[in-house]
Design a protein around this ligand. Structure first.
Ligand SMILES: Nc1nc2c(ncn2[C@@H]2O[C@H](COP(=O)(O)OP(=O)(O)OP(=O)(O)O)[C@@H](O)[C@H]2O)c(=O)[nH]1
Ligand SMILES: [Mg+2]
Length: 311
């Protein structure tokens, strides 16, 4: 004779397996239905594959950073902490996406240049853009405290992003020259403007009036004659933006290291492109030997393939 407790257990098992069977059946049924009936919705997705053999530029720009910088009381017109943080975020992006050969940043924007032969994400524009943008934005928040130790981040910052395709090397060079010309025009204007306001005692409207229609030489003259500022002696990062490049450095008594190095140099002329011919030539990073490159300014980690530069 079977004990009542054993009978109950047997019943529960039977009910349990019937339940499992019915769940499995309905799962298989809905999965089959999804394939046959619903899968067509995928065809609504647009194909955003980028033209082969063309330079892919991803440009990010802070949304309403005029307000963001006011809210966080950033120094005017340049706050080196903010620029250093932007450079840090761009370095993180370059460490993650090895097919970016150059990045250029100024103010609240950064451009990332992917090798023209990259096959990353099968060259799907949205996939590239969204990954770069979200890593940059999350890094901005993640590393904020390292650059603004005593400033509370008041709200989450937003960056817009776009992908632009340049078919020729000349187009790419012109793009970067355009962004660097923007640094020069804006920074000279902003330096003169904020000197007139902060040290000259003008209101914003008066400073605007004073600078309306002025050419570069006149702004230089205002800075020199009224504030004893030689614009050419302003920090080079403010005047030329930051260009990040991949390089190999030979550390004393250690293996050569792959690093991401910041440069503040003219992108307009051939000199830059000859000195860093690996970019357009699609070569691997070149050894960088510069007498004033202080190796101790690099964070060299023994186990990492690519080291981060302390910028
Ligand atoms: N005080 C200060 N402001 C900065 C600094 N860097 C960028 N900004 C501000 O960020 C703005 C960037 O310009 P835009 O991108 O054209 O302006 P935006 O307000 O971000 O507007 P959208 O990009 O169109 O959303 C500048 O006008 C400055 O107000 C900085 O180092 N210090
Ligand atoms: Mg902006």
């Amino acid at each position: 004779m079977i004990a009542p407790s054993l009978l109950r257990k047997f019943k529960v098992q039977l009910v349990g397996s019937a339940f499992h069977f019915s769940i499995t059946r309905s799962f298989i049924k809905s999965a089959t239905m999804a394939k046959s009936k619903y899968e067509y919705v995928k065809t609504f997705e647009s194909d955003d594959k980028i033209l082969p053999n063309s330079w892919i530029v991803v440009r990010l720009d802070g949304k309403n950073f005029t307000k963001f910088c006011e809210t966080h009381s950033l120094e005017k017109p340049n706050d080196s902490r903010a620029l250093d943080l932007m450079n840090k975020c761009a370095t993180v992006v370059m460490e993650e996406f090895r097919e970016i050969s150059l990045a250029f940043g100024q103010s609240d924007e950064y451009s990332f240049i992917f090798r023209r032969d990259t096959a990353i994400y099968n060259r799907r524009a949205a996939k590239i853009l969204t990954n770069v943008n979200s890593l940059f934005a999350s890094s901005f928040v993640y590393f904020w405290k390292d650059y603004f130790a005593n400033v509370r981040l008041m709200y989450p910052p937003t960056f817009d992003g776009r992908v632009v395709i340049y078919p020729t090397d000349a187009n790419l060079r012109d793009y970067l020259s355009w962004r660097q010309a923007d640094v020069h025009v804006n920074n000279l204007y902003n330096t003169a403007f904020w000197m007139l306001v902060l040290r000259g005692g003008l209101t914003n409207v008066q400073a605007q009036e004073r600078l309306r229609g002025s050419v570069a030489a006149q702004k230089n003259e205002i800075l020199f004659s009224e504030f004893n500022i030689n614009y050419n002696n302003e920090p080079i990062m403010y005047r030329k933006g930051t260009t990040l490049l991949r390089k190999v450095v030979n550390a004393p008594a250690a293996k050569p290291r792959h690093v991401i190095l910041p440069f503040h140099t003219d992108l307009f002329n051939d000199k830059f492109w000859n000195e860093h011919s690996e970019i357009l030539g699609l070569k691997s990073p070149q050894v960088y030997c510069e007498p004033d490159l202080e190796l101790k300014s690099l964070k060299l980690h023994d186990n990492s393939k690519e080291d981060r530069v302390n910028i």
